[in-house]
Write a protein that binds this ligand. Structure first.
Ligand code: LMR
Length: 334
């Protein structure tokens, strides 16, 4: 190579190396809900803190409302490294083969957020996240959403009211059993398709925390909702393990700090966000809200806890017992 060509090549490589050195590390963070929900707000908060703490060395691009991937596709995309971060609902880990997570979806296993946090912030939660590693996934945190209500175009007070209704669920054996124990017909469907399915009558009803029902406008096509709080819906924030382990140690530490702050934020706002969404649904006048009586609640509970024994061999009795130990749930006291 002539000297001038060599010099030109050297200059070009210096320029491209300089440009490379300044490129931020991009984290694509995909989720399926609205930005105006606990998960939406917490992922935006994480993006902001990640930029601040890494001094723009990391750019988190948040894709809300299934704009990048729908429910099933997103887990595959993470494992392939096409997206770096997700916060799927806990129900999504059973179909991935980590069935212990399905205990979170057992009806009535948590009476309140305190009982839930004993699992998510304690050793049981940490051991569940560790079970994701052989799948190429690093579990970073648990983010709250809230307790679910049933909705349909008729009042849902007792199990008899559910008979024959087509009820949308996430892909989950536990939720399938729950709906079957009520005598309804579970219909698995991606979150992004639920509004239209309710609107056109493909399904009759569903279950949601209020923030999801409100922000997806499902309340506009559901005339009745019962504040059953029969189950919990929340998230695990996860990343591609190879990507995470390959980050420079200082950057990883800063991202861990950003995630710690985003988790505190998520779990602080979740209840208020859901309460506010319920108030907005009430104010719309489109959905009649029913609060079950103590007798109605007891009847629903009696039918729904059958799912615990139905699912014991699938989830593992030891896992269910470990949850009971944390939450104080005692099936013999029903
Ligand atoms: C659902 O499919 O109902 C949930 O997974 C949506 C969510 O909150 O992520």
């Amino acid at each position: 190579m002539k000297l001038t060509a060599l010099a030109a090549a050297l200059v070009a490589s210096t320029i491209s190396f300089g440009a490379f050195a300044q490129q931020p590390i991009v984290i694509k963070f995909s989720h399926v809900v609205s930005q105006d929900t606990p998960k939406g707000k917490a992922s935006d908060f994480f993006a902001k803190r990640a930029a601040e703490l890494t001094k723009d060395k990391v750019k988190v691009e948040v894709y809300a409302n299934s704009t990048l991937y729908k429910d099933k596709e997103e887990m595959e995309a993470l494992q392939l490294g096409a997206v770096q971060m997700l916060a799927p609902s806990l129900a999504k880990f059973g179909p991935l083969g980590v069935k212990e997570f399905e205990a979170f979806d057992l009806p009535y296993i948590f009476d309140n957020a305190n009982e839930l946090h004993k699992v998510t912030t304690g050793p049981l939660g940490a051991s569940l996240l560790a079970k994701l590693e052989p799948k190429g996934i690093k579990g970073l945190a648990f983010w709250d959403n809230g307790f679910k209500s049933f909705s349909a175009n008729k009042p849902l007070k007792t199990p008899a009211d559910f008979k024959g209704l087509k009820m949308r669920i996430q892909s989950s054996k536990v939720l399938e059993s729950q709906m079957r124990n009520l005598g309804s017909l579970p219909q698995m469907m991606a979150f992004s398709e639920v509004y239209q399915a309710l609107q056109t009558g493909v399904v009759d009803g569903t279950e949601n925390p209020h923030s999801n029902l409100y922000t997806q406008k499902m309340f506009e096509v559901q005339k009745h909702m019962s504040l059953t709080e029969h189950g919990y819906l929340g998230y695990a924030v996860i990343t591609n393990k190879k990507f995470w382990d390959g980050l420079p140690a200082d950057v990883r530490g800063q991202l861990e700090q950003a995630m710690k702050e985003a988790t505190e934020y998520a779990n602080k706002i979740a209840k208020a966000e859901n309460d506010e969404a319920l108030a907005k649904v009430k104010a719309s006048g489109k959905t009649e809200i029913h609060t079950p009586t103590a007798a109605e609640r007891a009847e629903l509970k009696k039918v729904l806890v059958k799912t615990h024994s139905d699912m014991a061999s699938r989830i593992g009795k030891e896992t269910i017992d470990a949850f009971y130990k944390e939450t104080g749930f005692d099936p013999s006291k029903l």
